[in-house]
Design a protein around this ligand. Structure first.
Ligand SMILES: Nc1ncnc2c1ncn2[C@@H]1O[C@H](COP(=O)(O)OP(=O)(O)OP(=O)(O)O)[C@@H](O)[C@H]1O
Ligand SMILES: [Mg+2]
Length: 501
């Protein structure tokens, strides 16, 4: 029998003795009860000179999974694979590596500054009998740490924080990053403690593959890295450790790709927040609180999400009018629909500034939009959206990145013409990339460049044609307005003359 197991048995025997003592306490003479209890406890603590600390899996009123439990689990996985006999296996990171952790009722020993400690994984049997795929609600899992009472201070003050820190560091290295979504259609399994559903986040876009002006790209990268290392700095200036980015620009200019590149650079999770699927402001708050640190919360096409709220209001008013005279059952259903409140701009702002700031650190929030001018200035003021990044049409710098990515080519005689054409016309990187992509295994890079040149020329011609048409339409409109005002003037004069007569 191992040391930990032995002491664990001794511990439980002592526990039973205390229980028996409590039962028989009433039979002792009243004036002796305190005296006996004091000495009995002394005896127990002399016979069992150890302290036990437990770490439950779920804590708090909201029964959140305890970060300490997860960190201990990860920390012990390294220790236990060498000594525990029964291990649980879990596959992480692209199914390439297996992480082993100790199974329940197993024990491992650890040493810290020459002091020996014992860890045991335990689970309480659940009281209710039921058949389910999911863990029973009353099943309690916990880790128990046992250490000699003379090292109590060292363990509570230094060892536990050492374990948590190490565990978190290992978890960050091993973890499979996730893409979370609040879209109800993705919540395919009913049992949930949170409204987010997740899938594994694997996307190859990085800052290296992102086509944009080299200087701007470097600035953004540096800003992100500075943020991720800025824990102490943010604490010293009294600001919540979060940063807002607004990405704006026409479709296909790489806004979504930039978010992926950010997540890949910092090794963060991504929370794709679909505002139109959020019922109301309090649900939005709950969702944001449920995000973990080291994450990017993304609200794509923010202008549409907020517009939609406006649209809904208008629709609702129209509906209210139509409802008059409807049958009672249809009216009841309708009343239910009307009760649904929606996310409002002020609710969103409150979440970003208020509670959002308070719930932990190391979070980035990104808004994207195609129409920055449509956004309410309150939403994008500095402090909320700290960095505004314009994703623009493809420039020559961006083209060179795409040529290198798609064709592995850094220079070519056709580059000069492409540079000139890119300067004269507007084409999104997505379209440039599509033209550069070889259509078969045998297609030469020259053909791809020629296709791009053709596409650029066509776009340029179309743009000129469109501009001509617009100018023509404007002239026609002005001419019509002029004719109309002349006609009005003549008619006025005529009626004045008639009146004189
Ligand atoms: N700057 C870029 N660098 C590299 N690839 C790009 C870039 N912009 C677009 N692409 C390519 O075009 C595709 C579409 O780009 P992306 O989804 O990032 O555009 P977007 O700006 O988010 O567009 P939208 O406004 O329509 O959401 C990407 O999958 C990517 O392959
Ligand atoms: Mg996008």
């Amino acid at each position: 029998m191992r040391m930990g197991e032995m002491w664990s048995h001794v511990g439980s025997t002592m526990g039973s003795l205390m229980f028996i003592y409590a039962l028989f306490k009433q039979f002792f003479p009243y004036h002796l009860q305190d005296y006996i209890e004091k000495h009995f406890k002394k005896l127990v603590s002399f016979a069992y000179p150890y302290v036990e600390i437990t770490f439950d899996e779920f804590t708090g009123e909201r029964m959140k999974r305890s970060e300490a439990y997860s960190a201990i689990e990860t920390y012990l996985s390294g220790k236990s694979s060498a000594s525990a006999k029964r291990l649980k296996a879990d596959v992480v990171k692209d199914s390439q590596s297996v992480v082993l952790s100790m199974d329940f009722n197993e024990e491992v020993t650890d040493e810290f500054q020459g002091v020996k400690v014992w860890w045991a994984a335990r689970k309480t049997p659940h009281k209710t009998q039921r058949i389910s795929w999911f863990p029973a609600d009353d099943e309690k899992k916990f880790y128990k740490l046992t250490v000699h009472k003379s090292y109590r201070e060292l363990i509570t003050e230094s060892y536990v924080s050492h374990v948590l820190k190490k565990g978190k560091a290992i978890a960050t290295k091993n973890r499979q990053r996730k893409l979370y979504s609040n879209n109800p259609s993705h919540n395919w399994y009913g049992y949930k403690r949170t409204k987010w559903s997740n899938v594994v986040f694997e996307h190859p876009a990085t800052f290296d593959t992102l086509a944009m002006e080299a200087k701007k790209k470097e600035e953004i990268k540096n800003d992100l890295i500075k943020f991720s290392k800025g824990k102490d700095y943010y604490a010293s200036i009294g600001k919540a450790w979060k940063r807002g980015y607004l990405l704006y620009g026409p479709p296909g200019t790489g806004k979504s790709s930039m978010i992926v590149a950010m997540a890949n650079l910092l090794d963060y999770d991504v929370y794709d927040l679909e505002l139109t699927a959020v019922k109301d402001n309090s649900e939005l708050r709950r969702l944001l609180i449920d995000t973990s640190s080291k994450s990017i919360v993304v609200i794509e096409d923010i202008d549409c999400s907020l517009d939609l709220t406006g649209q809904r209001e208008k629709k609702k008013k129209a509906k209210d009018k139509d409802d008059e005279g409807m049958d009672p059952i249809a009216n009841m259903v309708n009343e239910e629909e009307k009760k649904e409140s929606k996310v409002t701009l002020s609710g969103l702002l409150n979440c970003i500034d208020g509670l959002w700031s308070a719930c932990g650190g190391e979070r980035i929030i990104v808004f994207t939009t195609n129409y920055v001018e449509k956004l309410d200035p309150a939403l994008i003021r500095r402090g909320r959206m700290d960095v505004h990044i314009e994703m623009s049409y493809c420039c020559f710098d961006a083209f060179k990145v795409l040529a290198k990515n798609y064709l592995k080519i850094e220079s070519h005689p056709l580059f000069e013409e492409i540079e000139r054409l890119l300067g004269e016309t507007k084409m999104a990187p997505a379209d440039v990339a599509e033209n550069l992509m070889p259509k078969s295994d045998y297609e030469k890079e020259e053909t791809c460049f020629e296709r791009l040149i053709e596409a650029l020329k066509t776009t340029k011609e179309e743009a000129i044609k469109k501009a001509d048409e617009e100018a023509h339409a404007k002239e026609e409109k002005e001419e019509k307005e002029k004719q109309q005002s002349e006609k009005d003037e003549n008619e006025k004069e005529k009626s004045a003359d008639d009146a004189k007569k």
